[in-house]
Design a protein around this ligand. Structure first.
Ligand code: TYM
Length: 331
């Protein structure tokens, strides 16, 4: 019955590495939370990950590891849909149609394209340039209501909105305009070694990020080495990016506001902040790691889960693509 259907939440993650505390707090934790009130569709964005050079065996291995990790983080594949992007060719097909509605100048303005091409100047490929359009296709194929993401994906979502509106205005109402779901705390977890930079799973410096699979000892060592400053005041402020980052991580896991976290550390030292943050992180990651190790023992089962997920998702995507083909005159 119309009006009583659950709203849809959709998001994706690239299998470019075991994900970090940034991916977890910025996105995956909210994916888990949204499952209660939304019909959820999540996927591993393996097509996106080809925009940087990848070893095929490693990519395949990482893809199934990310599936296990998402389930270990609480994605319930009995009730919701989890699939691998490349299993549904409609993503690439819709992406082409949307590319023809996207301006060169719009893609050139994307800050992630500028950052990534600066970091990897020997491989500025067309896929990297068109990356946000594939992301728009990922989203629009399923007409979702909300997209749980970290703040670094906000610009891509805004472009999705522009493309969807342009398509609707040109060919008639087809796509719903989705909204971002960006957490108040944790939307941008910063690098531990350079807190002016985003924490990233592809950072060469292993000490800059906490991987979800890091051991308790590694977590403590990385936090011990985290860059802070010299004035010993534990307050959240733009001038104190290292301390603010640690306070964000602590309060996300301790489920309190940043103000409560500041209060908690009022008469304490930077060492206390680092040790207590490491402790709360390790405690929260332990059950995820245990479940992950268990799940990874049966890769066939993980494969089956994704095949079933793709079957469900494909049916929705096909309906949208058929409609688009008809509207643009391909059918
Ligand atoms: P990816 O794989 O880079 O990151 C997955 C999610 O993690 C968030 N994130 C962060 N949040 C807080 N702090 C950080 N340091 C941090 N680093 C990453 C990202 O914002 C993201 O939500 N393009 C996407 C994948 C994608 C997608 C989509 C997402 C492809 N198609 C459609 C949503 C909808 C990406 O590269 O995510």
């Amino acid at each position: 019955m119309e009006g009583t259907e659950k709203k849809v939440a959709l998001s994706g993650i690239q299998p470019t590495g075991i994900f970090t505390l940034g991916n977890y707090l910025g996105a995956v934790r909210n994916w888990e939370k949204l499952q209660k009130n939304y019909e959820c569709i999540f996927f591993i964005a393996n097509l996106h990950s080809l925009t940087t050079k990848r070893d095929a065996t490693i990519l395949k291995d990482l893809t199934s590891k990310i599936v296990a990790l998402l389930i270990a983080c609480g994605i319930d594949t009995n009730k919701h849909t989890l699939f691998i992007q490349s299993d549904i060719s409609y993503h690439a097909e819709l992406s082409w149609i949307l590319q023809c509605l996207t301006q060169f100048g719009e893609l050139k303005r994307m800050t992630q394209f500028k950052d990534k091409s600066q970091k990897n100047s020997s491989n500025i490929n067309a896929g990297l340039f068109c990356y946000p359009v594939l992301m728009a296709a990922d989203i629009l194929l399923y007409n979702p209501d909300v997209i749980p993401i970290g703040i670094d994906q906000k610009q891509h979502l805004e472009l999705t909105e522009t493309i969807a509106t342009r398509f609707n205005n040109t060919y008639g109402k087809t796509f719903k305009i989705p909204k971002g779901y960006i957490p108040e705390i944790g939307a941008k977890i910063m690098s531990l070694t350079d807190p002016t930079k985003k924490m990233s799973k592809s950072d060469e410096n292993q000490n800059s990020f906490i991987s979800i699979l890091d051991t308790e000892e590694t977590i403590l060592n990385k936090f011990k080495k985290a860059t802070t400053d010299s004035d010993n005041k534990i307050i959240y402020s733009e001038e104190k990016p290292g301390i603010s980052n640690l306070l964000s991580i602590f309060s996300s896991f301790a489920d309190c506001s940043v103000e409560d976290a500041e209060d908690h550390f009022k008469n304490k030292t930077y060492k206390d902040l680092k040790f207590e943050t490491a402790d709360v992180v390790a405690k929260n990651l332990k059950p995820v790691q245990e479940k992950y190790n268990e799940l990874l023992k049966d890769r066939n089962k993980l494969k089956k889960i994704c095949e079933e997920g793709a079957e469900k998702a494909r049916a929705i995507a096909k309906k949208t693509l058929d409609d688009v083909y008809e509207k643009v005159g391909l059918k």
